[in-house]
Design a protein around this ligand. Structure first.
Ligand code: FDA
Length: 288
């Protein structure tokens, strides 16, 4: 579990953040949760983020102000803070996200709103637009597998706009999403070009060696220097490549999940790459 997840509590999230910083990496922290089914659960998730941001601050881990690239970040799923609740779910999620953004601003960290399945995309962008009025550095996520995403990238590639580009992780219907791997990769490259050519701050989230190579080349082509864009990968996936990119002078942000509800997340990582099962089994055995 520790290969992909920092641990179950705030203290382990902070300790792992420190270790990653020592290796020249930066972080975006994700508090793992189940689907939020009531208001109390949404409040608890928000409280966990506030506790985390306070702890990072007390440990001096948000002091690296200066460029956006170097700041600690938290990633928030709006479904975890109430977006899907009946009635005024969207308003609840906005209010909860606003208090997380407030605390992040106080301690000098940033927030990115993870993107979930396509039925939530419009609602998530609406909440993002609202948050960005007060917290302009709130990050958006776009998913290259959605047919709409190239157009969304054009809208989002504006000054001050932080945008994470990923391939997309949900099982989406053909009516809205590219289903073939090649189509998704081609879309990723097109979206990368739009973001890198634009005025925003692109965050290229992928483990795919081809996308990374093309991203680095296109960034150079568009005159972007280190600090003008960043790469992102999941904690525990291709860690050597993460360090190689950081040593080559790139900003490398690691998506670091933590929390008591780690089981579902871990199963998804193992399902993506069954060969990791052997690694996981070995690490379990070695811990007795
Ligand atoms: P892909 O899965 O096509 O893999 C390409 C290559 O990468 C593989 O052939 C292999 O070489 C390498 N690789 C991939 N996985 C590996 C593994 N587990 N171990 C070793 N090598 C591996 N999704 C979403 O829908 N909403 C979101 O908000 C986010 N947020 C997000 C943040 C960050 C920082 C990352 C890295 C990813 C996300 N994602 C996401 C998930 C994303 O959409 C996607 O599902 C995964 O990143 C996998 O896609 P890749 O681009 O890595 O390529």
């Amino acid at each position: 579990m520790r290969r992909y997840v920092a641990g179950t509590d705030t203290a382990s999230a902070v300790a792992t953040t420190r270790t990653l910083y020592e290796d020249g990496l930066t972080v975006t922290l994700d508090h793992l949760g189940e689907d939020t089914t009531d208001r109390a659960q949404a409040d608890a998730v928000t409280a966990a983020y506030l506790e985390l941001l306070g702890a990072l601050d007390r440990d001096g881990l948000t002091e690296r102000l200066g460029p956006l690239a170097a700041r600690a970040e938290v990633s928030v799923k709006l479904s975890a803070v109430g977006q899907a609740l009946r009635g005024d779910g969207e308003k609840i999620a906005l209010d909860q996200a606003r208090s997380i953004c407030d605390e992040a601003k106080r301690v000098g960290a940033t927030v990115t709103l993870d993107m979930e399945d396509h039925t939530t995309t419009d609602s998530t962008f609406a909440i993002l637009a609202d948050l960005r009025r007060d917290f302009p550095d709130t990050g958006a996520v776009v998913q290259a597998y959605l047919k709409r995403t190239e157009a969304d990238c054009r809208d989002l590639a504006v000054a001050g706009s932080r945008v994470r580009l990923c391939k997309g992780a949900y099982n989406e219907p053909e009516s809205v999403a590219f289903k073939k791997r090649l189509e998704v990769d081609l879309s990723y490259v097109r979206c990368m070009n739009v973001l890198l050519a634009g005025d925003g701050y692109p965050m290229l989230a992928t483990h795919d060696p081809h996308m990374i190579e093309i991203g680095a080349e296109r960034a150079l082509f568009h005159g972007r220097k280190a600090g003008d864009f960043e790469f992102q990968m999941l904690y525990g996936v291709r860690p050597d490549e993460q360090r190689r990119l950081a040593q080559a002078g790139h900003t490398m942000r690691v998506y670091l999940p933590y929390g008591a509800q780690w089981y579902g997340y871990l199963m998804r990582r193992l399902a993506e790459r069954p060969s990791n099962l052997a690694f996981f089994a070995r690490s379990l055995v070695s811990k007795g």
